[in-house]
Design a protein around this ligand. Sequence first.
Ligand code: G3I
Ligand code: 9MR
Length: 575
Amino acid sequence: MRRAGAALALLALLSGGADAATIKLNQLGFAPAAAKLAVVPAAAATSFEVVRADGGATVLSGALGAPLRWQPSAETVRLADFSSLSTPGSYRLKVAGAPLSDAFSIGPQAYRVLNAAALRAYYLARAGSAIPASLGGPYARALGHPDDHVLVHASAASPGRPEGSVIASAKGWYDAGDYNKYVVNSGISTYTLLAAYEHFPAYFAAQKVGLPESGNGLPDILNEALWNLDWMLSMQDPADGGVYHKLTNKRFDAFVMPDRPTSGPRYVVQKSTAAALDFSAVMATAARVLAPFEHQLAGEHAGLPARMLAASEAAWKWAEAHPAVVFKNPPDISTGEYGDADLADEREWAAAELYISTGKDSYYAAMHAERTPNSVPSWGQVQGLAWISLAQHMAQLGPAADRKLIASRIDSLAATLAGQWSGSAYKVSLRQSDFIWGSNAVALNQAMMLLQAYRLDARRAYLDAAQSDLDYVLGRNAVGYAFVTGFGTRSPMHPHHRPSAADGVAAPVPGWLVGGAQAGQQDKAECKAAYPSSLPALSYLDDQCSYSTNEVAINWNAPLVYVTAALDVLTGPAK
Ligand code: G3I
Ligand code: 9MR
């Protein structure tokens, strides 16, 4: 794919990003019953109209909100609230002094197509699988990284598997723009897909993605999750239950297609406590989610739920015996680290999932629920996933579990997020400090937490705040991008994603959420193009060089899958 090339911020604006005078809104659209907001530059006017996209007839007019300052972009903006418009159709927002907005639509199941594409992105990221033209269209490709001949790195050596031993560790998803596979990041990603299914089974039973396994009796989302679960299982050392932290080459592959790797052999690297606990949590979750499909699981998958639960408990035991093995890259390895010195939240998460799946009170006790806080999930902070699962299973939990505590942990975090949302000029729950590497996924994980509280007590503000966070990544943001490849009027064309760069197709692989704006600019030295701004919400570059704002990743797409499904279901006519 062509590089953006333009060194000037002005050119960057012309070729992609919206400027400050532009109306910012969700470029896809809304369900009829959803809250509908747009951000309008404060200088423009005091009123707005919604007009039909074809012909321009006015269907609604209203007053803009008071001008408010948004610190992350140093802008003063007003809000247009057109929530009362619920008639399906295609529209634009019109404000005197500003260009007509992008078109958006109103209609049921507003995110079905986006949800399927976000899920399909995982299929297109499968390691050890060719993508045939019948399923991949222009993104068909040869099989890459079979991982049937993986070396045990010195850091991972054990009596049964000395340095240089060969193991098979096939399948799994490529983590991101790179071709490596990391257990920690696989943990939250796979869990979030499993949770999406567990919470909204009917939606996903009907969600057809077009996989080689489609039609085998399992919903496609579970077929896709299984591809990565199979790989994760192979990352456990059967001799002791420990789990290797990652499967990687020593250095990142170049920007080549997956079947043309450039960086030598691949290794399993050091067992870590974080990997064991994340593995344990995901396997416990998968065991219960897959249990109803016992009869469809044939061949290599026969009896899988029971094996997953056993694998989960073995990893838990290893972690109890090795509670503080923090991962650091060995000196000869420079790929992604996913290092995390605080392992309490991983332990809390694994304990909660094991409690739910086995019913053993000892696991609930091990979680220490009364001193476990709630937090917005991220790859390194996973206790929120424990609370999400406990809330989902509240009705079936035994007497050991404190239901009031579970509900209050979810609700108090949601209340905080809703407070941030209602006080923000852009009406999003992201604060200035949330603009970190992967900020778009921070927004969606905040939405996911808000949706848990809404599912518990149906407070409208929680649903509306979650909608706003999805609106943020689909265009109601300071740079005016719909941050998902292939969707919206202005979306990333040059993600830091090796297949998109090397496949010879102009359009990037569709359905990927990019990391998003943040001020770190960790790749500045490697970027020929200049960032348009150093302000957190404006520091985004649609250029292949920008791995700190324009990479894609499995843990960022997963909450996109979750939130789009949840909003389709919860904002739809039949709750
Ligand atoms: O959490 C702190 C926050 O408290 C602090 O205020 C902020 C200030 O910069 O930093 C935050 O930490 C950042 C952390 O991401 C947040 O998750 C670090 O600075 C930042 O360096 C770190 O970036 C990680 C990045 O790898 C570099 O290690 C990303 O989370 C992580 O998603 C990313 O993952 C990479 C893999 O290593 C390799 N594969 C691609 C993948 C996606 O880019
Ligand atoms: O491609 C790599 C990406 O997946 C990582 O997120 C990022 C940070 O670890 O690193 C990228 O690789 C770059 C490396 O760190 C520095 N040299 C250039 C590499 C990409 O072109």
